[in-house]
Design a protein around this ligand. Structure first.
Ligand SMILES: Cc1cc2nc3c(=O)[nH]c(=O)nc-3n(C[C@H](O)[C@H](O)[C@H](O)COP(=O)(O)O)c2cc1C
Length: 368
């Protein structure tokens, strides 16, 4: 198979604010590793990356992805989206820099950039882990993704300030451990989505109501990280919904406005996805995604929205994740300038070497 067909995917691309170069157009999106400690009797022993965590990122680095995102890392140990994932909580007694450095070193060992994903799940904490979650307001999540969820209480302003402090601390910590930056989990119904969504955010203060108010939380986080970690050195990325695919949730039109605000605030990389727990579009099997002709024709779940979002941006690098399996279709999307990069989740879990095989022209379709 001619490697020239995939030549667009072999091109490096520069993140403009930091000048950091991503050596090719394929990235490993954030995907939970389930490879960190969990101790139901002692929260202090939870979330420490284990040897498998490091091995996994060595395999992914060896596999050739140009940018590697770590799976979501909760920033508060009492609010986990699941067990066995890594945690970055300022109150943990262990040395977080030392705990994360080996995996970050492994991820970067072949020239990829490394962006760990930071998360606060808000109302999406399963009730077997915490019956009293916090959210933008008190709208409870219906049973979804085979779990049930407690009724949340609205975050106070002091708690919002504490969350911002935690995002900054986690960013500084992974920065000290060698990461190129972070990716905020601003999609799939987690806390940033819970502030943006008019369906979930019923606040009447300056964090609710107008779009400007609903976007305040995520923008304050970006500004606070940037104040501590200058953009010329530290990359702020965001996994961001093109829309929530749920009635009354964040719409495509609103997300197009917010993405521009985020770019202006200093976000330099976007990974476009979609959906929330009740309507998990990112899995690709909802009829609304699976049956669309564009999805059948082009492979990707979200390309038609991501390419419109790219037109709104003027500087940031933008990719989309979900459904990419055929390297020729990925190359077409990049060659046409529809998007800058293609994100891969499950294909790299199945075969961490898939990127190398694609870039060498040895494989076209993911075996997944
Ligand atoms: C087991 C599993 C864990 C996931 N964990 C995360 C995560 O930690 N953060 C995130 O943003 N998305 C997560 N996702 C969603 C994926 O990143 C991705 O958006 C989705 O799998 C669609 O891409 P794909 O078709 O390439 O797999 C997860 C998906 C799966 C299947």
């Amino acid at each position: 198979m001619a490697a020239s067909i995939v030549a667009p995917l072999q091109q490096p691309i520069t993140l403009k604010l930091s000048g950091k170069v991503i050596p090719n157009r394929l990235y490993r999106t954030a995907l939970s590793e389930y490879a960190s400690s969990y101790d139901e009797d002692n929260v202090e022993n939870c979330g420490i990356p284990q040897p498998r965590y490091v091995e996994l990122y060595q395999e992914l680095a060896d596999g050739g992805a140009g940018l590697i995102c770590f799976g979501n890392i909760p920033i508060c140990r009492e609010n986990l989206e699941n067990y066995n994932n890594a945690i970055l909580d300022p109150d943990q007694p262990w040395d977080a820099v030392a705990a994360f450095a080996p995996a970050i070193k492994a991820a970067k060992s072949r020239g990829a950039l490394c962006l760990p994903q930071l998360n606060f799940p808000g109302r999406q904490v399963p009730d077997f882990l915490n019956k009293n979650p916090k959210s933008s307001s008190n709208v409870q999540l219906e049973p979804s993704l085979l779990k049930t969820y407690g009724k949340p209480t609205a975050l106070t302003k002091a708690e919002i300030r504490d969350l911002i402090r935690r995002f900054v601390w986690a960013s500084e910590t992974v920065g000290k451990a060698g990461a190129d930056g972070i990716v905020l989990h601003a999609s799939h119904g987690y806390i940033m989505n819970q502030f943006l969504s008019p369906k979930v955010n019923k606040r009447t203060d300056e964090y609710g109501g107008s779009l400007e108010n609903r976007a305040r939380f995520i923008l304050e986080i970006v500004h606070a990280i940037k104040a501590k970690l200058p953009s010329d050195k530290f990359v702020i990325g965001a996994k961001f919904n093109c829309q929530d695919f749920t009635e009354g949730g964040s719409s495509f039109a609103e997300q197009c406005v917010v993405i521009k605000w985020l770019e202006e605030a200093g976000v330099d990389f976007f990974d476009i996805s979609g959906g929330v727990y009740t309507d998990p579009a990112w899995k690709g099997d909802m009829a609304e995604i699976a049956e669309r002709p564009v999805r059948k024709e082009r492979g990707s779940f979200f390309i038609e929205w991501a390419q419109e979002m790219k037109k709104v941006l003027s500087r940031a690098v933008i990719g989309t994740t979900g459904g990419w399996r055929d390297s020729h279709r990925m190359a077409d999307a990049v060659r046409n300038g529809d998007i800058d990069m293609c994100g891969l989740g499950r294909p790299l879990r199945e075969d961490p070497d898939f990127v190398n095989k694609v870039l060498r022209g040895e494989a076209r379709i993911s075996k997944l």
